[in-house]
Design a binder for this molecule. Sequence first.
Ligand code: PEP
Ligand code: MN
Length: 280
Amino acid sequence: MKRILDTKVKKQGSEHSTLISLNDILIGEGYFTVIAGPCALESEELAVETAKAVEHAGAKVFRCSLFKPRTSPYSYQGFGLDGVKLLKLLHAESNLLLETEILSTDHLEVLAGEADILRVGSRNMDNYELLKAVGRTNKPIILKRNMSATLEEFLLAAEYILSVGNEKVILCERGIRTFENYTRNTLDILAVPALKELSHLPVIVDPSHSTGKSSLVPAASKAALAAGADGLIIEVHPNPRDSYSDGEQSLDIPTFEKLMKELSDIATLLGKKSFQQVLH
Ligand code: PEP
Ligand code: MN
């Protein structure tokens, strides 16, 4: 880890941790923040229905992907910029903060204008021009680990954002590629405590893309909380079977509600200061 010695991402002492404050939400050490929503927004009605359900269950941030990086160009690509009006509607209809994936610097102005948090996905972890561009905004940025990145490479990608002035970076472990193919990726659970001992930045986990199976999402979520994660980003859909993308890893509403209760109990045991962020 020689290359992170003189970086801004590096932890300077055991008490050094960055807490990101957004409205009344705190993201970072001691808190647990759940981001939930569909893989991609599909329709106005479904977006509002899902937002209300996840808010009721205790999520504080809504996952609102408008741009989808799909393996096949013929798979559903998302609303694109046409969906920005949906972000306005969701702001009007709920108290949730909104987070969305950014794929290109071309969309930065519009997305940063409407979303509260921007997400740089796994495939763009190494897109250094995009990292610098989001680094010039004052928005919190969720940076997902590339599926083949070492922790050092991940932290140096985060450094691109900090290096140009934006210190509000949330690291997201989303599973790595290994020989195992029962799960979509392999959740590198020890990345959570390892990143937290190397860096002061908040760390969250994506139990959906790391497992690829809704049956494994609750276990991955609880493991993440127990391993010290500061939050989760979970795919939730009212009818996962009808989802345009990633239905097999999306939780339905009752399963999400049950999981939130369990997370709340574990957060209490762990002495998290704001487990009410999990269950209101
Ligand atoms: C996503 O969160 O929508 C996504 C595409 O995940 P990842 O970038 O981790 O593959
Ligand atoms: Mn997805």
